[in-house]
Design a protein around this ligand. Structure first.
Ligand SMILES: Cc1cc2nc3c(=O)[nH]c(=O)nc-3n(C[C@H](O)[C@H](O)[C@H](O)COP(=O)(O)OP(=O)(O)OC[C@H]3O[C@@H](n4cnc5c(N)ncnc54)[C@H](O)[C@@H]3O)c2cc1C
Length: 519
């Protein structure tokens, strides 16, 4: 069994920031990442199928950290944890300086960083990141973590957390290619395995993001919050799948159903323009979901987006890369209509944490998209990278000091659940795992926007069956691919059922939440 002070699970911006910080404090750090660092996770896909990455820096009048905090709470409909929001806002300038030292750049306009005002933000605070920001950031964070002594293990999948004496004590992991199992004993664990986009059929998230963090934490007994909130956004379905049109352009086009009827939005009285844009995006998702449900969508459950009246200069100045990418895929936005549907973007809930990323399970810390409390019911764009960096650093500091004070758990106490196949056990099958995963996304599809009690009950029933099927198949190290695929199904089904169950909670007419039943 390997022993370290701090084990980090996940090699996105949150995990790598945590590893670099904990190693800088002198802790022995091991980081496990499912795939290749810099090629997996949302952090690596920041600049994919989207025009640019954005990062909110509230450092220029009339903006201020206080004003940003108010916007975050307003967008989250008061469902955020104020202590987490405060810690986030407080930590931004330190991370801004950290990024400057790391050599990360922002695009400029007239010699100054270009700033945009996005829906839901009361002022222009979103800096436009340099091209390829996500991968550059990950490469530099990995270099720093490695230079400070972190052991970075790629292609290692954490299967479960280990517990000892009521605390987190490490993790059991499998090598993705060979299936070899490794138990890592740790003084503290930072969970930064990202969100759950692939619980839904259409998402911006890369394939490796499948609810692992929440599933591992839930099985270990850590408390979660706000799991019913998942950010949705209209994404393309054809000719590309999952492309994110920037909101200014998306809202400037017409969205039509199969009968040629268009989306219209009656602006609620008294809404400020920035809040109105956010409300309009949400109303658009609701309208699309209604058209699908009532049979007025196109055959592939999507609507048409017509941006042919938008001037060429607008595309060329605001969305040139997306315009070119769609053209390469066969659609010229100046001439052609494309197809769109509501897709899953970010997980808004996650592990219940304090301002230092400490979860309810001693020794377990969370960072990045795995933590809950920052966003509440809805999310402002441009928060994700900094959520990873700010809480990566905070969680690392807290984890390193926990590990130093508590020390590693004694080996005998570490509970390793037997996972390997006994005689007569069902063998994992790739085909079965894929079929089960298709059932998960099918069950979750109707829930992303509309939280209809009947759909929720149906999804919970379906997910319970899928979990029973997947959890009945033990991990067989001799068959790594189907075993890991089945493990992915278990995690995805567990996380999806937590989402569906939370959607069923009576929460009133909050943004994005409409359900009023308990299943
Ligand atoms: C297309 C897109 C555009 C975005 N644009 C912006 C933007 O402009 N500005 C912004 O601030 N945010 C943006 N975001 C959000 C932002 O990318 C995320 O919030 C942030 O990157 C999350 O970082 P993370 O480290 O928490 O998770 P991730 O970057 O998703 O990393 C999680 C890592 O954990 C690994 N992992 C998962 N399970 C396991 C396991 N069992 N064992 C080991 N490793 C595991 C994964 O492989 C992955 O490498 C965007 C997201 C997407 C998808």
């Amino acid at each position: 069994m390997l022993t370290v002070d701090v084990l980090v699970i996940g090699g996105g911006c949150a995990g790598l920031r945590a590893a670099a910080e904990a190693a800088g404090l002198g802790a022995r750090v091991l980081l496990l990442n499912k795939g290749r660092i810099g090629r997996t996770g949302c952090s690596a896909f920041l600049d994919h199928r989207i025009e640019y990455s954005l990062m909110n820096i509230p450092d220029q009048a009339p903006d201020s950290p206080e004003r940003y905090l108010e916007d975050l709470l307003a967008c989250g409909a008061g469902r955020n944890d104020p202590a987490v929001v405060e810690a986030f806002v407080e930590g931004i300038m330190e991370e801004r300086e950290f990024l400057r030292r790391l050599g990360m750049r922002f695009r400029e306009e007239g010699g100054r960083p270009r700033r945009l005002q996005l829906p839901g933000h009361s002022c222009a605070r979103s800096l436009v990141c340099e091209e390829g920001f996500g991968r550059k950031l990950l490469a530099r964070l990995a270099d720093l973590a490695w230079a400070r002594g972190t052991v970075l293990r790629e292609g290692m999948v954490a299967l479960d957390l280990l517990r000892a004496g009521g605390r987190a004590a490490g993790a059991l992991a499998a090598h993705g290619r060979t299936g070899a199992l490794t138990a890592v004993q740790a003084g503290a664990v930072v969970l930064a395995a990202g969100g759950l986009g692939n619980a839904f059929p259409l998402t911006t998230n890369p394939p490796d993001i499948a609810g692992d963090g929440v599933a591992l934490a839930c099985r270990a007994g850590a408390a979660l919050r706000d799991m019913g909130f998942v950010q949705c956004y209209p994404l393309t379905t054809a000719p590309t799948r999952g492309t994110y049109l920037i909101s200014g352009i998306l809202l400037a086009g017409r969205v039509l159903n199969r009968l040629g009827e268009g989306f219209a939005f009656d602006l609620p009285a008294g809404l400020a323009p920035h809040a109105a844009r956010k409300a309009r995006l949400l109303a658009l998702c609701h309208w699309m979901a209604t058209e699908v449900r009532e049979g007025r969508a196109f055959e592939d459950r999507c609507l048409e987006w017509d941006g042919t009246a938008i001037p060429r200069e607008t595309y060329e100045t605001q969305m040139p890369a997306t315009l070119a990418a769609l053209r390469r895929a066969g659609a010229d936005l100046l001439r052609d209509r494309i197809r769109i549907a509501p897709g899953a973007h970010q997980m808004l809930g996650g592990l219940r944490v304090n301002a230092h990323g400490a979860t309810s399970l001693p020794g377990l810390f969370a960072a990045g998209e795995d933590l809950g409390g920052l966003h509440g019911a809805d999310r402002l764009s441009g928060t994700g990278i900094l959520e990873g960096l700010v809480f990566g650093r905070r969680a690392a500091r807290a984890a390193a000091s926990f590990a130093a004070a508590a020390g590693p758990p004694p080996p005998g106490d570490v509970a390793v659940e037997p996972l390997t196949a006994g005689s007569g056990a069902r063998l994992p099958s790739l085909g079965e795992a894929k079929a089960l995963e298709a059932r998960i996304v099918g069950a979750m599809d109707p829930l992303l926007v509309r939280k209809d009690p009947r759909d929720i009950r149906r999804a919970l029933q379906e997910l319970a069956e899928i979990r029973a099927a997947a959890e009945g198949v033990p991990f067989d190290p001799a068959r790594p691919r189907p075993s890991l695929r089945m493990r992915r199904v278990s995690n995805l089904a567990l996380t999806a059922s937590l989402v569906a169950a939370a959607m069923a909670e009576p929460v009133g007419a909050l943004v994005g939440e409409r359900a009023e039943v308990t299943p």
